[in-house]
Ligand binder design. Sequence first.
Ligand SMILES: C[S@@+](CC[C@H](N)C(=O)[O-])C[C@H]1O[C@@H](n2cnc3c(N)ncnc32)[C@H](O)[C@@H]1O
Length: 193
Amino acid sequence: MKYQPHDFHFRRAKSEGYLARSVYKLQAIDQKYRLFHRGMKVVDLGAAPGSWTQYLLEKVGPEGFILAVDLQTIRLSRPNLQTIQMDVWSPELESLLQEKLWDAVISDMAPSTTGSRPTDQSRSALLVERSLFLAQRFTRRGGFWIAKLLEGPELQRLRQAAQQTFETVHIVRPPATRKGSTECFLLGLKKRL
Ligand SMILES: C[S@@+](CC[C@H](N)C(=O)[O-])C[C@H]1O[C@@H](n2cnc3c(N)ncnc32)[C@H](O)[C@@H]1O
């Protein structure tokens, strides 16, 4: 499949002032499940360059709060946004997350691709597991979790792991996902105690 760097969603993101086309994946998930509301506190993992963060800031409003984490710099600044350049595996992140009770942990993290599909899939699965662990530890009862997965043999295992924590788990493939991509999103709703 030919890769189209400047496709419809890319041009749309540019014209609407979003930092990446990924925003339309989150928007589609939100439109379907009505997840984000004013005043929410959300952890955005793998946030750079920042289109999901931009979307979240609009949805939670000034009374909400976003913590955006990435290995790369996130060039956004708002009073109710904390950006940190950090590896999600860092124990420091756990200390930081302990400071608030979060409504949601969401992850668009993707490993740098190696060219070997099984390697990329298993690295992606590890990032999903890390985000699930952080959601289990730091979100409130009733909270939710979203994580991007490069789909592979780990999907059902991860889904079952998420079902231990959330009442409902969906696998979502938003329309803005690039043609030929095997990515999907796991969505865990209503965290149990
Ligand atoms: C597809 S991009 C995210 C796009 C972003 N959601 C947006 O809307 O602008 C994936 C990001 O995951 C980040 N990432 C990958 N592994 C990570 C890790 N171990 N810790 C933190 N961020 C990571 C990458 O640096 C990259 O910026």
